[in-house]
Design a protein around this ligand. Sequence first.
Ligand SMILES: Nc1ncnc2c1ncn2[C@@H]1O[C@H](COP(=O)(O)OP(=O)(O)OP(=O)(O)O)[C@@H](O)[C@H]1O
Length: 282
Amino acid sequence: MLKIKHLKKSYENFSLDCSLEVKKGHVTGLIGQNGAGKSTTFKAILGLISFDSGTINILGKSLQDFTAKDKQDLGVVLSDSGFSGYLTINDIIPIIDNLYQNFDKSFFIEQVKKFQLPRNKRIKDFSTGMKAKVKVLVAVSHNAKLLILDEPTAGLDVIARDELLEMLRDFIEKDEERSILISSHISSDLETLCDDLYMIHQGKVIMHEDTDVLLSDYALLKVDEEEYSKLDRQYILRTKKESYGYSCLTNQKQYYAENYPQMAIEKGNIDEVITMMIRGVE
Ligand SMILES: Nc1ncnc2c1ncn2[C@@H]1O[C@H](COP(=O)(O)OP(=O)(O)OP(=O)(O)O)[C@@H](O)[C@H]1O
């Protein structure tokens, strides 16, 4: 669906080198802190910025050969995209209808009703959550093959986030060939939605893992100095000094549970794994 190889882009104090793949039928998450390079990657994929080197293959075509017609198959949400706030939902319906051959107007209207979005109010007067829903609704309403969503849940409360994630789950469940690339810095959003996760830090992908594996096999070992000195470190990815000794991130929880039955082993959540990957030492 989407394959990026060594996409490189340099700004004055930042350089991106990103490789990632979104497989058919998969929801892939890109997770990273502010300024990690998520939006730069998304903009390059969409041809909105030039890049220095690397290749982007999207829906079976090289980005250079990807035409405006091919873009009909993409559903996109970017933080600074959207319709003019002076328009209402009733105003944008004919616009979307014009833009997308496969726009499913009745589905869109049905969803507008479901989410109780007012059809005659200017979008600029919508709440943040309502604006976000409109953007995602547009992306999922024209039978796209691939959604490219840059932080669609940014600034939303828990309920609005949940509703939005449900919209995305419905989208993917309707057709097993559909795929999504989604970024967020809220790991819990991605944890429940994504099949696999890429973690990006200072422009580089520092980890790629299936979400299931991340949740089942990754763990934090909390060890004192003595335990640490005896620890087999072959499956330790990162180590961080703590007041009690060391916190060690492993991707082989079972191995340590079996070989060190007395050891304090905590099932790390995704935020803890991210923190360790960024702040721990190899
Ligand atoms: N047009 C530009 N000119 C100069 N630097 C830029 C430009 N666009 C982005 N950058 C820099 O590139 C880096 C990555 O920015 P990017 O927007 O990709 O991060 P991000 O991961 O999307 O962060 P956020 O979560 O805050 O949106 C930042 O240091 C940013 O300042």
